[in-house]
Design a protein around this ligand. Structure first.
Ligand code: PFF
Length: 452
């Protein structure tokens, strides 16, 4: 099979940092702590860990193998493994469409975060007499500010992508991931040393199986996919940059460990602080942009510093994730024959326009549209609940039932150089049955409205 030439990652460390950069994002720091608390703390964590290591990691391994084997972006990768057949393109197409949509929302929320970082830096976040709730609604409903910050964020990502896979994406991930770990640890220490911090830890870790329920189980599965950036073709693209010598299975374990660790640390940084201030953990956007500024405000000393550190942490985590989505779309266009620079710029222009539309339609208030959802809500629902499990399901079915097993073993064992005797059982049980059935379940129930 003719392999397209890619300028890939330099070594295993680069692979782990770049992929962890994609995985660790708003999903870990913004979404995970809140849903973990909502669905029974330790109980959710346990189910999430099972899903992330068994289902999410399986998907990661599938996408990496498909990418490295073909050295192609998603749309062409699947047919290449079947010796043609245009129907297989569909899997990649679903991934690309999902990426395109998710990036627009991601850019909007990242823009908010960057704005909050800026406002913490200048102090204007704490100068508003109307309260943080009004501050956030006012900001989100502004027709210019969210768009400007979103565009700045988009440009930052574009610059990294234009520097290339190794010099741009890999280098920035190697720099930012350790920095992120330090930042989150500093915030954990601050949070844990506040009076009454233990209540927050209890909320996060105490296993309350009564609160879990089927919805919590399904939310854990959805979160495990989103958090590992699988089900969108992103890891197929990153897989196509993995060097021949890398041990894919080992890298997958490391990436998953990094992803889970940052999510749990983010919970430890957030909840004890929230409880210590006598506040209730609100959900989603509210927690980070409304409750947390209130928490930082009540610190007395270091308000601006800790707010700045937190929003810097969130912006940097979001940046490497947004870059991976941008790169996926760029790689897809390159695979269709475009040159890298115009491809990356074209993606930036299209995404900039879509994200501006999303930002402008978001008012932060109750939607007035017919189906009770705004444009923003629809995009969020489709990209978080429906499309990734569809793409993940098709991917795992393709990998388990349509890709030659000899090719898979050859790829994962680095052409027989690594011993992977246990892989047969893993393949038969998890890849062929457990993962597809679990994904089918989450998809059906998700579309029936069980999870949001
Ligand atoms: N994993 C990212 C997060 O947790 O925020 C989100 C994400 C990035 C999903 C890239 C998918 C993707 F391709």
């Amino acid at each position: 099979m003719a392999k397209a030439q890619h300028n890939g990652f330099s070594n295993s460390f680069g692979v782990v940092m770049a992929a962890a950069g994609s995985a660790v994002g708003l999903g870990n720091i913004w979404r995970f702590p809140y849903i973990c608390g909502q669905y029974g703390g330790g109980a959710f964590l346990l189910v999430y860990l099972i899903f992330v290591f068994f289902i999410g990691m399986t998907l990661l391994m599938c996408e990496f193998s498909i990418g490295r084997r073909t050295r192609r972006a998603p749309v062409k990768a699947y047919p290449a493994l079947r010796g043609g057949g245009n129907g297989w393109k569909l899997i990649g197409v679903v991934g690309i469409v999902t990426c395109f949509m998710i990036l627009s929302i991601y850019l909007v929320i990242s823009g908010w975060t960057l704005n909050y970082f800026w406002e913490s830096l200048t102090g204007s976040l704490f100068g508003d007499s109307g309260g943080f709730d009004t501050h956030f609604t006012g900001f989100a409903a502004d027709s210019m500010r969210p768009v400007i910050f979103m565009l700045i964020f988009l440009l930052l990502g574009l610059v990294v992508i234009l520097c290339g896979v190794k010099n741009g994406i890999e280098s920035i991930s190697k720099l930012l991931m350790p920095l992120l770990l330090v930042l989150v640890l500093v915030l954990c220490v601050r949070s844990l040393t506040l009076p009454g911090a233990i209540k927050g830890l209890d909320y996060l870790f105490h296993p309350d199986f009564g609160k879990l329920g089927p919805q919590g189980v399904l939310a854990a599965l959805g979160q495990s996919l989103f958090s590992l950036s699988v089900g969108m073709g992103t890891m197929v693209v990153y897989g196509s940059y993995i060097p021949e010598k890398d041990n894919i299975l080992k890298s997958c374990v490391w990436i998953t460990v990094c992803d889970v660790a940052i999510a749990v640390l983010a919970g430890i940084a957030i909840f004890p602080a929230v409880f210590s201030c006598g506040l209730e953990p609100d959900k989603g956007a509210g927690l980070v942009y409304v409750v947390l500024p209130e928490v930082f405000h009540s610190f007395g000393f270091g308000t601006r510093l800790f707010a700045m550190l937190f929003f810097l942490l969130l912006s940097l985590a979001a940046l490497t994730s947004a870059i991976s989505l941008h790169e996926t779309l760029t790689a897809f266009l390159c695979d269709c024959g475009m040159k890298r620079v115009p491809a990356a710029v074209l993606v930036a222009v299209l995404e900039g326009a879509l994200a501006a539309a999303v930002a402008i339609t978001f008012t932060g208030e109750t939607p007035e549209t017919a189906a009770d959802r705004t444009f923003f809500d629809w995009m969020d629902y489709l990209t978080a609940t429906v499309l990734p499990p569809v793409c993940a399901l098709l991917t795992v079915l393709f990998f388990g039932w349509f890709m030659k097993k000899e090719d898979i073993v050859d790829e994962l064992s680095n052409h027989g150089k690594l011993k992977i005797g246990w892989f047969g059982v893993y393949y038969k049980v998890l890849v062929r049955w457990v993962a597809p059935v679990a994904l089918l379940l989450v998809l059906i129930l998700g579309m029936m409205g069980y999870i949001k």
